[in-house]
Ligand binder design. Structure first.
Ligand SMILES: [Zn+2]
Length: 549
């Protein structure tokens, strides 16, 4: 398509384009068998290269750890000599294709999809459709599921590796292709755990890992054409509220935990005071992703417990500090719920006639770790009964698991409401940023800044999405990581990650990937001149400078 509009005859362009089409053509939706097929296809392709025919041991297809689905990571090392190595990392899973509607049969075939999407867009009103149609008509954009996020990035990495092998470069280049970034980062968590062993076996010092993930830019590309020196972190703090049950005809005898959770949400939602800032950038504010009570059936008794959990992005704030903030918020929320109860009871003739609300106990607010401690042997016995049931149910995810375990421990603890428990309901993605104070970090930053500038590419601090870079480093203290482990009920049971080991890895990571528009939508499309030429040439420059030390 639109060959005449190619901006250059650089050999990277047709190679990355062909590799992108080939990868997009392999359906690899997260948590489907397509992921395993895609890993095998990538390994088989690399295995055909003369370099890997000579060195089959430098190509590894390794199963991910504790995986219900049988998925693999691909590690491909092109050795040039010495110990210095650069990693190029990318995920090959994609989100689903149902959003393509009638065009779904062509979602993974860019050539077939293009004219059909153009026809559909030409018939649809609206500015978004007009922009997409103009893009596609320009000949500079490729549509297709995964074309942007992030098979074109992986294709650029494979093209650089192929050329590295063909030209017999001096340094070492290691490609790491992983499944499941979109759901649980299962692939990269496993890969990070394995890296120390592989690096020791191959006698490599990893100087940096360049993640190849995609950026969205709905404008002219200035935002998208950037290398990021770090990546946003993510926590999922939860507040569990225990109330005191009451019959609906005597509500002032109890405390409704739904009111406590409402007060928590009122304090947290969009909270500017909770937004993290670093390097002059501000993370998006927290939002609630769930609020519910724990009633399984309908009756006319107020719920015994309720909870909410929140997405909280971090740039430098530590998990222990976040836990402290949410504990303080839970304290305030219980306090104001009880105050509201008292005010309303005073204003209610029947309640005052009876002498006011139930004598409200002093609220108990504690962390999940403290609750577990408090519940002691009774808590351990309760969990011994509960956890096997939760593990046997494939619909139970870390969030559901955390809620159920917290409720069981609260009951076993003998504590009475009102009260609240604060913990983490999902995997912690540590924020990462190149440490420009360190010798290694400052050298890499200098290379990246000058090489990017030479190609008209900008620098950003935090990759705006949640990325697999988080699993390769992080600067949290041992105390912080201990706080995460002690307050994440599911960790070590439903999901595994050795945070201290990743902290020891301390690999400088950056993100240099394709840019495009509308990822995860049916109009997902990648800007080809950047992804197919500028990006691989920039990767090549950086790898030469860093790996060929
Ligand atoms: Zn991605």
């Amino acid at each position: 398509m639109a060959k005449c509009l190619r901006m250059s005859n650089h050999p990277f362009y047709p190679r990355v384009e062909a590799l992108t089409r080939w990868l997009v053509n392999i359906p690899s939706v997260t948590n489907t068998p397509g992921e395993a097929a895609c890993a095998r296809a990538i390994a088989a392709h690399l295995g055909q290269l003369p370099y890997f025919r000579r060195h089959p041991d430098h190509l590894r297809l390794i199963s991910t750890v504790n995986d219900r689905l049988d998925r693999q990571n691909v590690f491909a090392l092109v050795r040039g000599g010495g110990r210095a190595a650069v990693g190029l990392a990318g995920h090959f899973d994609t989100v689903g294709t149902a959003g393509y509607g009638q065009l779904e049969p062509w979602a993974t075939d860019p050539g077939q999809l293009l004219p059909r999407l153009q026809a559909e867009l030409a018939a649809s009103p609206g500015a978004d459709a007009a922009l997409c149609l103009a893009d596609l008509n320009s000949g500079e954009w490729m549509p297709g599921r995964g074309a942007l996020d992030m098979k074109s990035g992986l294709a650029a990495g494979i093209a650089v590796l192929e050329r590295w092998a063909a030209e017999g470069m001096r340094g070492n280049l290691l490609l790491i292709a992983t499944p499941d970034e979109e759901d649980n980062s299962h692939g990269m968590r496993s890969a990070a755990g394995l890296l120390p062993t592989l690096l020791a076996e191959w006698e490599l010092d990893l100087q940096a890992v360049i993640n190849l993930d995609a950026t969205v830019d709905q404008g002219d590309g200035r935002e998208g054409r950037r290398v990021f020196l770090g990546s946003t972190g993510k926590l999922l703090p939860f507040v569990f509220a225990a109330g005191c049950e009451a019959h609906v005809s005597r509500p002032f005898d109890g405390v409704n935990p739904n009111l406590v959770i409402a007060e928590v949400i009122r304090r947290v939602e969009y909270g500017a005071d909770l937004c993290d800032t670093a390097y002059g950038e501000t993370a998006a504010p927290p939002v609630s992703l769930k609020m519910s009570d724990f009633k399984a059936v309908y009756d006319v008794t107020t719920p015994s417990a309720a909870w909410a959990y929140f997405n909280l992005l971090t740039l430098s704030r530590s998990p222990a500090a976040v836990l402290e903030q949410f504990t303080a918020i839970a304290h305030e929320a219980v306090g104001s719920a009880v105050a509201q109860l008292r005010r309303q009871a005073e204003a209610h003739p029947a309640a005052t006639a009876r002498g006011g609300p139930l004598l409200v106990r002093e609220p108990t607010v504690l962390t999940f770790a403290a609750l577990r401690e408090k519940a002691g042997a009774a808590g351990r016995a309760a969990l011994e009964r509960l956890i096997p049931r939760l593990q046997a149910d494939p619909t139970v995810d870390p969030r559901v698991f955390s809620g159920a375990v917290t409720e069981a421990l609260w009951q076993a603890s003998g504590l009475q409401g009102p009260g609240a428990v604060v913990g983490y309901g999902s995997l912690y993605y540590p924020p990462v940023h190149l440490d420009e104070e360190s010798a290694g970090g400052s050298r890499i930053a200098a290379v990246v800044r000058s090489r990017a500038a030479a190609r008209g590419v900008g620098i950003g601090h935090f990759f705006p999405g949640i990325a697999d870079m988080s699993w390769l480093g992080g600067a949290d203290s041992a105390d912080d990581l201990a706080a995460v482990e002690a307050n994440s009920p599911f960790l070590g049971v439903l999901a595994h990650f050795d945070y201290p080991a990743a902290r020891r890895l301390q690999v400088p990571t950056l993100n240099a990937g394709p840019w495009g528009r509308d990822y995860h939508q049916r109009t997902e499309r990648v800007h080809m001149p950047y992804a197919f030429e500028t990006l691989p040439r920039l990767l090549w420059d950086i790898c030469c400078d860093v790996a060929e030390e």
